[in-house]
Structure formats: C-alpha cells, structure tokens
Design a protein around this ligand. Structure first.
Ligand SMILES: [Zn+2]
Length: 461
C-alpha cells in the first residue's frame, strides 16, 4: 500500500508531497517531493501525522467516568481516597462480558480522537468474590479482544497487586478482585505471553500496581519473573500520586517512593513511572537521568486532586514523558496535552512551559515528546512517520475552522490550543484504516451494547 499526502509530519518535520509505502503494518519507505501521486497510490484527504500512543488506561473506568462527582453523605471532604472507595464499589460488580463491552466502546472513542495504541494497566483479574476465574486470563482476554475488534494496538500490562497498603497490609474485601501472589501472577502473564506472542497488534508487558501493593521481595521476584520471558518487557508502576502515599512510604521505609524504587531496581528505558506527582528535586534528576518515561495523565490528575507534576523543570533536565487517559474522564490526546501545559502556566504564572528554550512551537514540543515517550512506554516502534515504524497514522482535516489556512509551523499549536474536535478525519493502525470520515464501522453496534449494560451499572454510585 502507498499513501500520498500533500503535507505530512515526517520524522518530526513538516514536508510536502510525501509518499508513504506500507507493508505488513509497517512503513517501508518515505519519499518526499513526489509531485503527482502515481496510479495505485491513495491520496489522503488532509494532513498526515503520526497517531498518538496512550500510555495509561484503566478501560473499565470508562463506564464510571462522571459518576463520582456527587458529594457523599458523611464525607466532609471528597478526595482521591473517597473517590477510590466509590470506584471499588463500581469495580466490584463488573462481569467479564461487561468489561469487554466497555473496553470496545472506549477503544473506538480513543481511535476517533487520535490515539492509535494503548497501554492497558489491568488489575481487575478475579471473580466478584475475589477468587481466580477458571480461565485466569478471562478479564485480560476480554480487554485484548476489544482492542483487536476495534483495531487499536494494545500493550497489555497485567498488574501485580499483593497488599492493601504499606506495611504488607492484607487487601480489603474490595481489593481481592485485584490481589495476586507472584505464582498466580506468573500464571496470568505467562499465559498471555504465550497466547499473543505471534500477534503484531498485541504486546504484553508487566505492571506493579504501586509501592502500596508490593514490598522489596515482590519487586525483585516480579522483575526476575518478567526477565525470564524477556528483558525487553515494558514495566509500569503508579508512583507518588498522592501526598499521603509519600508520607506513608516515609513512615514505613524511611524513604520517599521514587528514592525507594531507585535504590532497589535498575530503572531504565523499559520503565514507565505513572504520575510521579510528588517528587523532590533529587528524585526528578534521578528519573530524568534514568531515561525512563513519566506517564502523565493531566485531566485525571486534576480530577482526583493529585497535584501538578514539575514538567517544566523535568524538560530542562532532558526527561521524557508520554500521556494517558487513565480514568477516562477525557479521551482526547490533544486535550490532555493542553491541560498539561495549562497546569504549568497556572503554577508558574508564565507561558510556553513544556518546551525547551530552543523550541519555538509549544504545540509541536508537546506532541513530539508525547509521541516519543508514549511509544517507548508501550515498547513499540511507533510515533513517527519514518521507515521501520508502525503505520499508525492520522489524517487531520485541514477544512475545520481551527486548522483552515493556519501556517504549518503552528498546526499543532492550533490543534491543541484552539481545539481538536472534528479535526481527526481518518485513522490507520498497523496499515489498516479503522476510522474513515470520523466514523468506526462498528460504532453503532458497540454503542448499543454499551448503553444496554450501562442501564444496570449507573445506579451503583
Ligand atoms: Zn492509573
């Protein structure tokens, strides 16, 4: 397959008259300056740019989004922990079928907004009574099938979650659906790796829920276990999201969370630290120097009252980040990037924060960093239009008011700061068109199923 674009963002630069050749889902060549599209070459109807990797998602929370905004009786101050209790109540009721339907709905929405791949941080493993299903990967299989049915490529990250809190606290009854020991976790991850090892659209990685949910021994066991499968597997962990998490870690171990992790594991490019909101200057330098990725989820972090990651300082240190939709209250990569930049502007009372002084376009800085960091976090060759990368592509509609007649150099600025709604026209993943003219071929059926299950679920909160 060959695509011709009048304008494309090739290897992080705007180019005209571009032919992209694709074979077996990957870009095999990119030619610039081709005047007329040849016979058999498809001309795209807009601007060709790379699709955005979503590095942090809890699919089931799509059905819960918006249902935790009512003030609860008897709770003086709603916060992350009270939100978490409501979320646990919701999660307690979900069946494998429901999880699959929710994930399909979510992944279609992701594709339509410009995400072409997703890292699914998956901890809902067991039955409603907290026992393993006979098929221990049934929940993971539902989520992976949803990705395959919709066409989004997935890095599936089954989560190791052993304890209910620091100090090896026993999981609560609500947490039993998530809880595994290393042996039962090995069964889940081994089974998934075996099942999907020949599938180009599925990548399996590993996740540790948080330092609250593991201890030193489990951290070592889990890294050893994943290394037996491959030393390249991505490893993700929630870290330092809440101030209470930092103070509990200090009480329990005498160390701050990031400091604790770096002392016990070799953190490198395969690692993604989700949130890392509350960190010291020393911890920020440790993270930037390690070349791991920080997974930022700005709309969720705002919604949960987490705090603001020191992104401006991190950029100055040469750190890498990607973005995630996390609790699914926002499913749009460009809205997340706007929120990220605005958080920094509000904090510092300055403009143009998530870019180095050498970069002129703030939008381009945000997008290129999210593409690179996101692809690294998912462990896939993607995020750029160049030879050897996955053919995960977006066609942006140049006719939308926010993009019409705008200078190319400011296109990502307009997409992020003037609004992207309606701008993503066509979406390709792995060399196949999934969205055409803003529509997914299965969206009506999937929405019908989603509405059917929501009737029973929206009464829980
Ligand atoms: Zn999360």
């Amino acid at each position: 397959m060959k695509l011709f674009a009048d304008t494309a963002f090739v290897d992080n630069q705007w180019k005209n008259d571009v032919v992209v050749s694709i074979s077996d889902g990957y870009i095999t060549s990119v030619e610039v300056g081709t005047k007329e599209p040849l016979a058999g070459v498809e001309k795209v109807q807009g601007i060709l740019v790379p699709g955005v990797p979503n590095l942090h998602s809890h699919a089931f929370q799509r059905a819960f989004a918006g249902l935790a905004e009512m003030r609860q009786n008897g709770i003086a101050q709603d916060n992350f922990w009270s939100w978490r209790s409501t979320m646990y109540e919701f999660a307690k009721r979900l069946t494998p079928d429901q999880v699959g339907i929710i994930a399909e709905q979510l992944y279609i929405e992701m594709l339509k907004s410009g995400y072409t791949s997703v890292a699914e941080f998956h901890y809902l493993h067991h039955t409603q009574k907290g026992k393993p299903y006979k098929n221990v990967t049934i929940m993971s299989d539902q989520v992976v099938s949803a990705a395959k049915n919709t066409g989004i490529s997935i890095t599936h990250l089954p989560v190791l979650y052993c304890y209910g809190g620091f100090g090896q606290r026993k999981p609560s009854s609500e947490q039993m659906r998530f809880a595994s020991d290393v042996d039962s976790y090995d069964k889940i991850i081994g089974n998934l790796i075996d099942k999907y090892k020949h599938d180009e659209s599925v990548n399996i990685g590993c996740a540790l829920h948080s330092l609250r949910a593991i201890d030193n021994g489990l951290l070592k066991n889990c890294i050893e276990l994943t290394n037996q499968y491959s030393k390249e597997l991505p490893i993700h962990i929630h870290i330092a999201e809440q101030e209470k998490e930092v103070s509990d870690c200090l009480i329990s171990s005498g160390h701050r969370p990031v400091e604790w992790l770096f002392e016990r594991a070799s953190i490198d490019q395969r690692w993604t630290l989700i949130h890392a909101t509350h960190i010291s200057d020393e911890e920020l330098t440790l993270i930037a120097d390690s070349q791991c990725v920080v997974g930022l989820c700005p709309s969720t972090e705002a919604n949960l009252g987490d705090g603001i990651f020191p992104a401006a300082e991190f950029i100055e240190l040469g750190g890498s980040f990607g973005i995630g939709s996390d609790s699914q209250i926002t499913i749009n990569p460009f809205d997340e990037l706007r929120m990220l930049e605005y958080g920094q502007r509000l904090k510092h009372r300055k403009r143009g924060m998530v870019a180095s002084y050498r970069e002129s376009s703030i939008g381009e800085s945000l997008v290129t960093r999210a593409l690179k960091g996101g692809a690294q976090a998912l462990g896939i060759a993607a995020g750029s239009i160049e030879e050897g990368m996955k053919a995960d592509l977006l066609v942006l509609d140049r006719e939308t008011p926010n993009l019409a007649e705008k200078p190319l150099a400011q296109l990502f600025d307009c997409l992020i700061f003037a609004g992207s709604h309606g701008a993503v026209k066509d979406v390709m993943t792995g060399g196949e068109w999934r969205i055409r003219d803003g529509r997914h071929p299965n969206e009506d059926n999937v929405l019908k199923n989603f509405k059917r299950i929501m009737k029973g679920l929206n009464t829980v909160c």
